[in-house]
Design a protein around this ligand. Structure first.
Ligand SMILES: Cc1cc2nc3c(=O)[nH]c(=O)nc-3n(C[C@H](O)[C@H](O)[C@H](O)COP(=O)(O)OP(=O)(O)OC[C@H]3O[C@@H](n4cnc5c(N)ncnc54)[C@H](O)[C@@H]3O)c2cc1C
Length: 375
């Protein structure tokens, strides 16, 4: 990796590895303790400028942290990713100075946990179809509607919520709002019972005549869709890093298992070697795609193609690695409390959220087709 990472990044990566292996817990309920430790080290605001209470590190450093955290606890990884990429960055990019002063230092220190509420029962991939409404009233807006599958759910303190001022305008009617926990009319459902990432508490958020003062509108009226889309490129690179962390965890577990078998005199066969070698090579390829995307994010405004490619490749790899490693380990991997079982269950959601991998392929193809000018 020396060719790819600077000495500084290499050093930071080693620190993140040490932190993940020695400090993070892997099981239990919502990972409050992990988040507290991450906050104490500044990891809840790594890429946020120091002027706003963050560490002022580049996006690549942040991505290295997410990979290592996700290798140990993918639930903590996704909470950190959502908190930073799609809940703190919107304020940094689109917030007024007053809003930044009010929220950014506490988000960057981890005192507040951020969440991102776009998806609805009838608006997932097609986010422009969202039905939650914002009605203009004296001094602000009344929000009504329901958001589904919101990471951080009942635990988050500040939600970036998207609602429409005029549904007939489609994406052009959507506006973004900063919604604080405890506002009358904001109701968080219980955590969904889902197949993986169970510590991350995904929940429904309902808004019932929820009053939001005009000072909590994020960006201009009807600019919300562009805000959401602008955030997702960075978000997808974070999810790619989560995928790589999971793939590495499955592979490391399996290599240790195969070595144990070898020591016990059990032949593992050539097929195991082929599987392990292919997965290891793909993990290196994923790493290069992710670093390329993170560096693109650091150096220019648009990194859509790189982010989508990295997200598809690394999260598909996580699922593939967990599946193949289970094939190699069989009964040594599928017990209820076995880490490999957890990696397998955790690997599915990253293929779905922040834009499904099917949609990411459409995004990449569209970007490539745009490059070919046939005239
Ligand atoms: C664990 C978890 C955490 C989540 N966290 C959040 C969160 O914090 N905030 C938030 O807002 N959302 C969150 N989501 C929601 C997530 O972003 C959506 O589930 C995702 O966008 C897909 O939407 P959907 O589930 O409605 O599936 P659909 O959009 O109904 O898609 C179903 C299938 O159809 C395919 N498809 C849909 N449209 C097209 C098309 N035009 N072309 C080709 N294929 C298509 C999809 O790729 C998919 O295979 C989370 C989801 C999960 C599972």
């Amino acid at each position: 990796m020396e060719l790819v990472l600077s000495e500084y990044h290499q050093k930071r990566w080693e620190e993140f590895k040490l932190f993940a292996d020695s400090e993070l817990d892997r099981g239990g309920q919502f990972p409050h303790e992990n988040l507290k430790k991450a906050g104490e080290r500044g990891y809840m605001g790594l890429p946020i400028p120091q002027a706003w209470g963050g560490k002022g590190e580049d996006f690549l450093t942040y991505i290295l942290m997410l990979e290592e955290v996700s290798r140990v606890c993918a639930s903590t990884g996704v909470i950190l990713s959502v908190h930073t990429s799609v809940a703190t960055f919107p304020l940094l990019y689109f917030g007024s100075d007053e809003q930044k002063n009010r929220f950014l230092p506490d988000l960057a220190s981890g005192k507040l946990l951020g969440a991102f509420a776009l998806t609805e029962a009838g608006a997932g991939s097609d986010a422009a179809a969202l039905a939650a409404t914002a009605t203009i009233v004296a001094g602000g807006y009344l929000l009504n509607g329901s958001k589904m599958f919101i990471t951080g759910g009942g635990e988050a303190d500040l939600f970036t919520v998207f609602a429409t001022l005029d549904r007939s305008l489609g994406s052009k009617g959507i506006t973004a709002f900063l919604v604080e926990k405890g506002c009358p009319g904001l109701v968080a459902g219980p955590p969904e019972r889902k197949m993986g990432l169970n510590r991350s508490h995904t929940a429904e958020i309902r808004m019932e005549d929820l009053f939001i003062p005009a000072s909590n509108r994020l960006g201009d009226e009807k600019a919300g869709f562009n805000i959401a889309m602008a955030l997702l490129d960075g978000g997808r690179i974070g999810i790619a890093a989560q995928g790589l962390g999971l793939a590495r965890a499955a592979l490391e577990f399996t290599i240790k298992h195969l070595k144990k078998q070898e020591r016990a005199g059990i032949k593992t066969g050539q097929w195991s070697a082929f599987v392990v070698a292919d997965l290891a090579a793909k993990a290196e390829a994923a790493r290069l795609l992710i670093y390329k995307a993170a560096k693109a994010k650091d150096s220019r405004s648009s990194c859509t193609r790189e982010a989508s490619m990295a997200k598809v490749f690394a999260t598909d790899l996580a699922m593939d690695a967990a599946t193949k490693c289970l094939d190699l380990c069989h009964s040594a991997g599928c017990g209820e409390n076995n880490p490999l079982n957890r990696y397998f269950c955790d690997a599915k959601a990253p293929q779905i959220y922040e834009g499904s991998n099917q949609i990411q392929r459409i995004v990449v193809a569209r970007e490539l087709l745009r490059q070919f000018n046939l005239s």
